[in-house]
Write a protein that binds this ligand. Structure first.
Ligand SMILES: [Cu+2]
Length: 110
């Protein structure tokens, strides 16, 4: 039981500076948010690269990771510069379909 307590202490200690860092990032980047999209229309890993390039040209995209096998795109963006609609539109303009994945939308299920 002492060991568990020690682990909690350790995680608490490690978690604190991580939070401070993300708060600092918020000041620099505005409002960073993460969007997970289900992407259809990809037929190879080249398609995933193509979408990443298209997203890279958009202002406000902080990080992007497109997976062909998972049919998924995870985009970190600055909500003050770009919104979900524009991100989806950029993917559609590149020739694919995208919609918000259910994973982080639990509140909408209620
Ligand atoms: Cu392809």
């Amino acid at each position: 039981m002492k060991y568990v307590f020690l682990m909690v202490m350790l995680f608490g200690f490690l978690g604190l500076p991580a939070q401070t860092t993300s708060e600092k990032a918020a000041e620099v980047f505005g409002k960073p948010r993460v969007l997970t999209l289900e992407v259809s229309g990809m037929s190879c890993t080249g398609c995933a690269d193509h979408i990443e390039q298209a997203l890279g040209k958009k202002d406000g995209i902080l990080e992007k990771e497109v997976s062909y096998p998972k049919h998924r795109a995870v985009v970190k963006y600055d909500a003050e510069k770009i919104d979900e609609k524009e991100i989806i539109h950029a993917i559609e303009a590149a020739g694919y379909q995208a919609r918000v994945a259910n994973t982080e939308k639990k509140s909408k299920v209620e």
